[in-house]
Design a protein around this ligand. Structure first.
Ligand code: DAH
Length: 341
C-alpha cells in the first residue's frame, strides 16, 4: 500500500505542477482529495489491512493528503496572481483615448423656418396660440363665415372624421378659438400648426403641411398696422431690401382680403426665372377680419377691428432655400437634410 500511496502522491504533485488554470486545479483536487478521490479511497480501504498496519498506513495516507492539499493551495496562489495579471492587461482602459461622441441630431428645414417665423413675430410682441388638428365644422368653417355650400367644405377637399369633425384644413380655426377664449381682451397671436387637405402629393401639393396664422384684434387697429407687421416680417425673413405688395383677393373670413407678395430675392424685383419674370413672389393671404367673424366669437365689430394673415411654412421654406419640390421636405433623405446642418 505504501507503494500505492507514493505513486499517487508523485502523480498528483506532477499534475499540480503542470496545471494552467484554477478550473483544472479544482479538477485535480476532486480527482485526488474528493469524496471519491484516489487518496480518499485508500482511507476507505484501510479496513482490509491488519490492525497493526492500519494506523501506520492511515497516517501515511493523511500525510499524503496534506501534502497534496498544501501543494494545491500553493499552486492556487500562483495561478490567481497569474490570472489577475492577465485580466489587468487585457481589460486595461486607456484613459487618454478620445471619448465616443454621441451623434447629435439637428433641425429639419421646416422646423428651422417655423422657429424663425415664430421668433420674428414674438419679437413684435405676438404670443403663440395653438388649437387641435381635429376640429369641428363650426371652428374650421362656420365661424369663419364659410357658406353652407362653400366648395372648401366639399368632401373632395376636406378630410372628414364624421359629419361634425374634420382634419382642420387651415390654422384659421385657432383664430376662432382664441377669440372665444379672450373676448373682450385685445389679441395679438400667431398660431403655427399642421393642416390637412384631400390633395394628392406632387411637387407643389401635400395632403399635410404647415401654416402659421396671425391675428390682431383691438380697438382702433388699422390696415396699415397689418401692412407694417407683414413688411417687417418679409424683410426679416427674406432680406432688408425686400418690398411687399398687396393684391385684392377673397377669403370668406376677411373683408377686404389681400394676397401678399414679396419682391423677388433672386433678381431684386427685376424679373427672373425664379419669380416667373414678374419680380414678385406670393407669400401669404391676409385681410381685415370680417365683421361676422368678430361677432360670432364675441367681439362687437362696431368697437373692435381685427386683422389676420395666414402663410404656408413649406412655401416660405421653398422660397427661402430655393427648393423646387415640396416632397423633398417630407421624404427625409439624409443627403437633402444634411445640407441644413
Ligand atoms: N386660411 C387661409 C388658407 O388656408 C389662409 C389665410 C388667408 C389666413 C387670409 C388668414 C387670412 O388669416 O386673413 O388658405
Amino acid at each position: 500500500m505504501q507503494d500505492q500511496i507514493d505513486k499517487i502522491l508523485t502523480q498528483a504533485m506532477e499534475k499540480i505542477k503542470q496545471v494552467e488554470n484554477s478550473k483544472l486545479l479544482d479538477e485535480i483536487r476532486v480527482q485526488f482529495l474528493g469524496k471519491k478521490g484516489e487518496l480518499t479511497s485508500l482511507l476507505k480501504n484501510l479496513g482490509s489491512l491488519s490492525a497493526e498496519l492500519r494506523p501506520k498506513m492511515g497516517a501515511l495516507v493523511n500525510e499524503a493528503k496534506q501534502k497534496v492539499e498544501a501543494e494545491i493551495e500553493k499552486m492556487k496562489q500562483i495561478i490567481i496572481a497569474e490570472e489577475m495579471k492577465m485580466k489587468f492587461s487585457t481589460e486595461r482602459i486607456d484613459v487618454t483615448l478620445p471619448g465616443r461622441v454621441p451623434k447629435r441630431g439637428y433641425k429639419h428645414p421646416l422646423r428651422i423656418v417655423q422657429d424663425e417665423i415664430e421668433e420674428i413675430f414674438l419679437g413684435m410682441g405676438f404670443e403663440i396660440a395653438e388649437g387641435p388638428e381635429i376640429d369641428t365644422d363650426y371652428h374650421n368653417f362656420k365661424a369663419l363665415n364659410f357658406g353652407d355650400d362653400h366648395p372648401a367644405r366639399d368632401e373632395q377637399d376636406t378630410l372628414y372624421i364624421d359629419d361634425n369633425l374634420l382634419m382642420r384644413t387651415h390654422t384659421s380655426p385657432v383664430q376662432v378659438r382664441t377669440m372665444q377664449q379672450k373676448h373682450p381682451d385685445p389679441i395679438r397671436v400667431i398660431c403655427p400648426g399642421r393642416v390637412f387637405r384631400r390633395d394628392t402629393i406632387d411637387a407643389t401639393h401635400s395632403p399635410q403641411f404647415h401654416q402659421v396664422e396671425g391675428l390682431i384684434v383691438d380697438k382702433g387697429v388699422r390696415f396699415s398696422d397689418l401692412i407694417g407687421v407683414l413688411k417687417l416680417f418679409a424683410q426679416k425673413m427674406f432680406g432688408q431690401d425686400r418690398e411687399i405688395r398687396l393684391r385684392p383677393s377673397f377669403f370668406p373670413f376677411t373683408e377686404p382680403s389681400a394676397e401678399v407678395d414679396v419682391s423677388c430675392m433672386m433678381c431684386g424685383g427685376q424679373g427672373c426665372s425664379f419669380c416667373g419674370k414678374t419680380g414678385w413672389l406670393e407669400i401669404l393671404g391676409s385681410g381685415a377680419v370680417h365683421p361676422n367673424v368678430l361677432k360670432m366669437s364675441g367681439y362687437d365689430p362696431e368697437i373692435y377691428t381685427g386683422y389676420a394673415f395666414g402663410m404656408g411654412v413649406e412655401r416660405i421654406a421653398l422660397l427661402k432655400y430655393r427648393i423646387n419640390d415640396i416632397r423633398l421636405l417630407f421624404e427625409n433623405d439624409v443627403r437633402f437634410l444634411h445640407q441644413f446642418k
